[in-house]
Design a protein around this ligand. Structure first.
Ligand SMILES: [Zn+2]
Length: 299
């Protein structure tokens, strides 16, 4: 027993799954995942408390957490601990910190899933040892997080919402109600939508496989997406002085099919010859691991 070593739980509430890790000192000592209930917005405190309890109860040797970090998608006010808006989870202006703290009975820190994922990759994953990092999880959505000088950048609640930057005024309608957002070109759903509109079957994974098999239509859709993404990321990289771009999310499972052309398209655009483009290492656990390391913003 080492009671002086702090124990924290990190909880990542995603649209489909709740991931929980337990951290003791510098090490992750337990993990648990369960489906996100449909009514999570109405009982988020209970959902977090039960998920942490299931993790701790599964192994009697695990210590109980003294603090819980919770990260969520969408717009998050990390200072106030408020979930401002999350379409997938069904809440708006929800006082997450107070709600969760009542249910778990410990101090609670609230964070944003992508910024926490960057923190996780910096501590234990693909961004170890690098202090100027851009984290790009590519899934249905395209939110990013930036680390500058070893600190995760927290701006307004709109920080990182690159997916809703308009790249094509005449483009397809986006879930946000605007037209031609980056997400309508480069996200997994966007890639699948274009593939299916051309009469083909399958999701973004099928497109990636077809790219590997040198299918011309797949290559055209894929490389148009990669090129548009590189065009959106390059000014961010140049402005921030980013040294390493860490690409995660479901689309990164395509490996070199995504990473190689993205690296080529980005390095062709930015002046820094030492820019690195690598795949994330922590997979779906990055957010929960980051959540277990969160400290209140400003402290
Ligand atoms: Zn949008």
């Amino acid at each position: 027993m080492t009671p002086s070593v702090p124990v924290t739980a990190g909880v990542d509430i995603g649209g489909t799954r709740v991931k929980v890790v337990l951290r003791q000192g510098a090490g992750v000592v337990g993990r648990h995942v369960e489906p996100t209930p449909a009514d999570v917005g109405a009982r988020v405190g209970e959902v977090v408390a039960q998920a942490v309890e299931r993790l701790v109860a599964a192994d009697p040797s695990l210590p109980r957490p003294q603090r819980v970090g919770v990260v969520v998608p969408g717009l998050v006010d990390e200072v106030a601990g408020v979930g401002v808006w999350a379409a997938n989870l069904g809440w708006a202006d929800l006082d997450l910190r107070a709600t969760v703290a009542r249910a778990v009975g410990t101090d609670v820190v609230i964070g944003h899933d992508v910024r926490a994922g960057l923190l996780g990759e910096h501590l234990l994953g693909a961004a170890r040892g690098v202090d100027d990092v851009l984290f790009v999880p590519l899934g249905t959505g395209v939110a990013i997080a930036l680390m500058s000088g070893g600190r995760v950048v927290h701006g307004t609640t709109w920080s990182g919402e690159l997916g809703h930057v308009r790249v094509d005024p005449d483009g397809l309608e986006c879930g946000c109600g605007r037209r031609g957002c980056l997400e309508t070109v480069v996200g997994a759903r966007a890639v699948a939508r274009r593939w299916q509109a051309a009469g083909r079957e399958g999701d973004a994974r099928a497109v990636a496989e077809a790219v590997g098999g040198a299918d011309p239509l797949a290559s055209q859709i894929w490389h148009a997406a990669v090129d548009t993404l590189a065009g959106a990321l390059a000014p961010v990289v140049a402005a921030a002085g980013t040294r390493r771009v860490v690409v995660g999310g479901g689309m990164a499972e395509a490996g070199p099919v995504l990473l190689d052309p993205l690296r080529a398209a980005l390095t062709a655009r930015v002046p820094d010859p030492a820019l690195e483009v690598v795949r994330a290492e922590l997979g779906e656990w990055a957010g929960a691991i980051g959540a277990a390391h969160l400290v209140p913003v400003g402290s």
